[in-house]
Write a protein that binds this ligand. Structure first.
Ligand SMILES: C[S@@+](CC[C@H](N)C(=O)[O-])C[C@H]1O[C@@H](n2cnc3c(N)ncnc32)[C@H](O)[C@@H]1O
Length: 265
């Protein structure tokens, strides 16, 4: 495992121990009608009885919600302390949640074609290669299975944290390598972690090349026209922070045929 993985494991362990944002287990109100919160667009349908992987989703929130909705849940995370929150909530609520400590770009601990549904909250920013994650997800997803993933939009990782008289200026190049410089005091980044910008070709193109077709795409709304300049809601008026993608695992032969058609002159 790389130094980036080690760094981010430590960072998320610390965030879990300090109960920071994204490291807080499900509350009663999160479990009352979980699918209305998790799947407002109805991309997943009824999850009851489905094999569902919560990828890079430790923290005791999504795993508990999907388990409460009747899914057979496996949660994978790099951080043992984030997974400790999943174990804690499972014990407190009497839910069955399998916890696997692994990196999203090495899912060798999981069997092939095991999952009907894979959900991944914002987390691909913590690895250098998003394509490596997609190939791993393709291996563990059944043909016909659904993969819903959320990502940081590249423009949001390029734009300044604070406003200038001209809005939020692009201060990071689109074509870049290595982790992004640290920023402080902004909700569009997680302090202490190492994060990477992925270009649209990597976010969408690599997904298709790994054997998925994109069925839908949403930009979760965080903008508020009345928000004070410099707040997350104000910045989100100018630059959408996240994208959510619904993709389906297709037969590899069919996917290869489709991509050949696209490349035939
Ligand atoms: C923003 S949190 C998402 C989960 C959170 N429960 C939520 O409320 O959305 C990002 C998660 O990614 C995990 N993570 C970071 N790098 C990872 C990696 N390489 N493989 C698996 N998980 C990773 C972190 O430990 C953290 O739990």
């Amino acid at each position: 495992m790389s130094s980036v993985h080690d760094h981010n494991r430590r960072a998320w362990d610390e965030r879990a121990l300090a109960a920071k944002r994204f490291a807080r287990p499900a509350r009663d109100e999160d479990l009352a009608d979980p699918l209305s919160l998790l799947d407002a667009r109805g991309w997943l349908g009824d999850v009851a009885g489905k094999e569902l992987l919560c990828l890079a989703a430790g923290g005791g929130r999504q795993s508990a919600q999907y388990a409460a909705a009747g899914a057979s849940v496996t949660v994978v995370d790099l951080s043992p302390e984030m997974l400790a929150l999943d174990r804690q909530v499972a014990a407190e609520r009497g839910l069955c949640i399998r916890c696997v400590e692994a990196s999203m770009d090495d899912l060798g601990a999981l069997p092939a074609a095991a999952f009907d549904i894979v959900i991944q909250p914002v987390s691909t920013c913590y690895v250098a290669s998003i394509a490596a994650v997609y190939w791993q997800v393709a291996r563990v997803t059944k043909v016909g299975g659904v993969y819903v993933s959320q990502h940081k939009q590249p423009a949001s990782l390029q734009a300044a944290t604070a406003p200038s008289p001209r809005g939020y200026e692009l201060v990071e190049p689109y074509y870049r390598s290595g982790p992004l410089p640290a920023v402080q005091g902004s909700l569009h980044r997680e302090e202490g972690t190492l994060e990477f910008l992925h270009r649209w070709e990597e976010i969408i193109g690599a997904l298709c090349r790994a054997g998925f077709v994109v069925e839908d795409l949403a930009e979760p709304m965080h903008a508020d026209p009345n928000a004070a300049p410099g707040t997350f809601a104000h910045r989100s008026l100018y630059v959408a922070p996240y994208v959510r993608i619904k993709a389906r695992r297709v037969d590899e032969t069919a996917a290869a045929d489709e991509s050949r058609k696209l490349w035939t002159p």
